[in-house]
Write a protein that binds this ligand. Structure first.
Ligand code: PMV
Length: 332
């Protein structure tokens, strides 16, 4: 790694309360619908990027093992393009990228979100570029749609945008990390890699599910209602809408051919356990992405009780409490 320019960044994972599924443009990786998420303090990726003279090709190392480099190189190519326009030396150099996650990779805990957000910040830093958060969000989007939101802390909204070049498909912060403290209990039901990659799943849903047009048509209503719930600090409304939007997404997935069934038995048991908690008077609401893990939204004072209830669900290996997390940042 001698002689190169290095930067290290940390980005936190996020979980969408109003989710995106479907691409508007595959090459630009723009989403078909907007989304709203919370950034999670307890789950993060650290990434080091070194632009290295004499290196024959980009290298990507994940937890010390060689990882898939294609999407990483795509983001690095965009950074090299920016660097070239400013005459910076990184424009002509390949890079060594090494990342570590403090949580299981590829199992529906949004490692691609934190991973590509950390890459965007570290790679631009190592190249000597100073980008606006909005530009970093667009850069992260090319790696993974949800990564555009992990540039920000607290509550973030991703815009689907309409521009032909994708320049208005970025996330922005709705509320910062401290503005409305909430907790998310992450119940891990499986440590393995997830079965179907989200891009492939999205394309299959678009091509085959009769629910896909309804999913697109109803997205703006959910986004408007979620913005209002966040503005009013209305946790019941936020939680009910999150659960509804999650189940609507999974109805879309289940009606895709072949069906996208991301749940296992423990996922379903955890959903029932959350509803049972609610029946006992604990305001708690689940949400689930393209994987088997269950994330439970609750108030910070209820987090320990929710964690305890999740740990008792058969098949739940571990339940972690997270507060809302910060924006992505440089570590040096
Ligand atoms: O970030 P991607 O392109 O892998 O897709 C994420 C899709 C969901 O996690 C299911 C929803 C979302 O908005 O995060």
């Amino acid at each position: 790694m001698d002689g190169g320019a290095t930067a290290v960044a940390r980005a936190h994972s996020n979980i969408a309360l109003v989710k995106y599924w479907g691409k508007r443009d595959a090459a630009l990786n723009t989403p078909a619908v907007g989304s709203i998420s919370v950034t999670l303090d307890a789950l993060y990726t650290d990434t080091r990027v070194t632009f290295t003279p004499g290196l024959a090709a980009d290298e990507f190392w994940l937890a010390g093992c060689r990882g898939p480099v294609t999407r990483v190189s795509h983001v690095l190519d965009l950074v090299r393009g920016h660097a070239a326009s400013l005459g910076l030396p990184a424009s002509g150099l390949n890079a060594i990228v090494s990342s570590t996650n403090n949580f299981p990779t590829g199992a529906g805990l949004a490692s691609s979100a934190s991973g590509f957000a950390a890459l965007a910040v570290a790679a631009t830093g190592a190249a000597g570029l100073t980008l606006l958060s909005r530009e970093l969000s667009i850069l992260a989007r090319y790696g993974s749609g949800s990564a555009a939101r992990s540039i920000f802390g607290g509550f973030a909204e991703m815009h689907a945008g309409t521009a032909a070049d994708g320049s208005d498909a970025y996330a922005e912060e709705l509320l910062d990390q401290g503005a409305w403290p909430l907790a998310v209990v992450v119940a891990i039901t499986e440590h393995g890699e997830k079965s179907i990659n989200s891009t492939i799943g999205m394309n299959e849903s678009k091509a085959t599910s009769p629910f896909y047009p309804a999913w697109l048509d109803s997205a703006d209503d959910d986004l408007a209602e979620m913005r209002a719930a966040i503005r009013d600090r209305d946790f019941t409304r936020l939680g009910e809408l999150s659960e509804y939007n999650c189940l609507k997404l999974h109805a879309l997935m289940l009606t895709t051919r072949p069906a996208l069934i991301y749940w296992n038995a423990a996922t379903v048991a955890a959903m029932h356990a959350v509803r049972a908690l609610r029946a006992q008077g604990v305001p708690a609401y689940f949400t689930i992405d393209a994987g088997p893990q269950v994330k439970v939204l609750c108030l910070p004072g209820d987090a320990a009780a929710v964690q305890q209830a999740m740990t008792l669900v058969p098949g739940v290996h571990e339940a972690r409490i997270s507060a809302l997390g910060p924006a992505a940042y440089r570590l040096e």
